[in-house]
Design a protein around this ligand. Structure first.
Ligand code: ADP
Ligand code: DP6
Ligand code: CO
Length: 336
């Protein structure tokens, strides 16, 4: 049972944004500049267990079997501090978390990681939060985690201003698109950790890229178009909007000073093969996050053909095929 002496466990999946979150207007509250919209995956769950340690002196964090130290640990401790403040509690905790997606590779480990931690920590400290409140809480760990609270497609509202009112207004909610069930074929060309974290890279982009404002503005229009395309279940429109939004985001980073470049030669090779698929009449559209790996949106009926094409383009890459997956939830736990 959740909350017993074995701890409270939760599972959450990564999400991939079709309209990207890139840039905060408030670092502490993790309030974004613009709204974003994503698909939660059915692959790569993170499982997190939080056990209270009333006699302990400090939080203990294990990520993928290794004791977390430095910034990794501090990020979890700060998150637990927030949960403790909300719950009026003081006990330290032991956190054991395991990602099935590579950590820090631009495959959204921070989204599944902090969504799972939000659910498990809220449970362990006796906070009874509805999904909206869980989404706000997860946001404080990593912005993109706000969306992994929900399955399927989710929109994360930026809200307006700063302070408490803005905090309340910035959460994700499901976007109901019954019957729209595309495949997302993921080409992992490099599973290694990124040189610059998403948070640091977006900060530098907002502060130094002359292209940033223009992209943020165009992203608002992309989101409006995306909502129409989703409602219609129009994969070509959804894919084209997602692709232009992602390429625009990378353009803002390339123009930052110094430049942030996550895309590698293998990324570009995969992008070429996506173009060749389209030239052959296959609806396939690419999106990339803060890393070199490419996610290709296509009809489920085309997923094998797309996966084979990507494998042939970059023979040493790993290819995974995802579809829409579930939201974060309490689970029986991995360690029992
Ligand atoms: P990614 O592309 O994987 O989301 P980020 O740079 O956004 O990369 O975030 C990676 C960081 O997120 C890690 O260095 C770690 O601090 C945190 N993180 C990832 N997974 C977890 C987890 N399961 N529990 C707690 N923190 C996590
Ligand atoms: C490119 O949510 O990882 O994947 O809020 O600083 O933790 P922090 O950043 P994070 O940024 C994700 C950026 C992105 C786009 C997206 O997921 O919307
Ligand atoms: Co992240």
């Amino acid at each position: 049972m959740p909350g017993d002496h074995l701890g409270t466990s939760a599972v959450a999946h990564p999400n991939i944004a079709l309209i990207k979150y890139w840039g905060k207007r408030d670092e502490l509250l993790k309030l974004p500049v613009a709204d974003s919209l994503s698909m939660t995956l059915d692959l790569f769950p993170t499982t997190t267990t939080v056990r209270l340690a009333p006699g302990g002196v400090a939080d203990n964090v294990t990520l993928d079997g290794v004791a977390a130290e430095g910034e990794r640990r501090q990020r979890v401790v700060a998150f637990l501090d927030l949960v403790r403040e909300m719950a009026g509690r003081v006990e330290p905790a032991t956190v054991v978390t395991r990602n099935s997606v590579p950590t820090g590779a631009g495959l959204a480990s921070s989204a599944s990681g902090f969504a799972a931690l939000a659910v498990a920590a809220a449970g362990a400290y006796g906070l009874d939060l509805d999904p909206t409140a869980l989404s706000r809480l997860a946001r404080r760990g990593s912005g993109s985690a706000a969306r992994s609270i929900f399955g399927g497609f989710a929109i994360w509202y930026a809200g307006q201003g700063t302070g408490t009112a803005a905090d309340l207004a910035s959460y994700a909610e499901p976007v109901d698109v019954p019957g729209f069930d595309p495949a997302l074929v993921i080409a992992v060309v490099n599973a290694g950790p990124k040189a610059v974290s998403s948070g640091a890279a977006m900060r530098r982009t907002v502060e130094t890229s002359p292209l940033y404002r223009a992209w943020a503005e165009s992203s608002r229009a992309d989101l409006a178009d995306m909502r129409v395309a989703l409602r219609r279940g129009d994969l070509d429109a959804v894919g084209a909007i997602a692709e232009r939004n992602a390429l625009g985001m990378h353009a803002t980073m390339l123009a930052a000073r110094p430049a942030v470049r996550y895309l590698s030669p293998a990324t570009v090779t995969v992008l070429d093969s996506v173009l060749s698929l389209r030239a052959a009449g296959i609806a396939a559209y690419a999106t990339m996050d803060a890393g070199p790996n490419v996610k290709v949106l296509c009809h489920r009926a085309d997923r094998e053909r797309v996966a084979e094409t990507l494998r042939a383009a970059v023979p040493d890459c790993s290819v995974f095929t995802a579809r829409r997956g579930p939201g974060a939830r309490l689970s029986a736990g991995a360690d029992r």
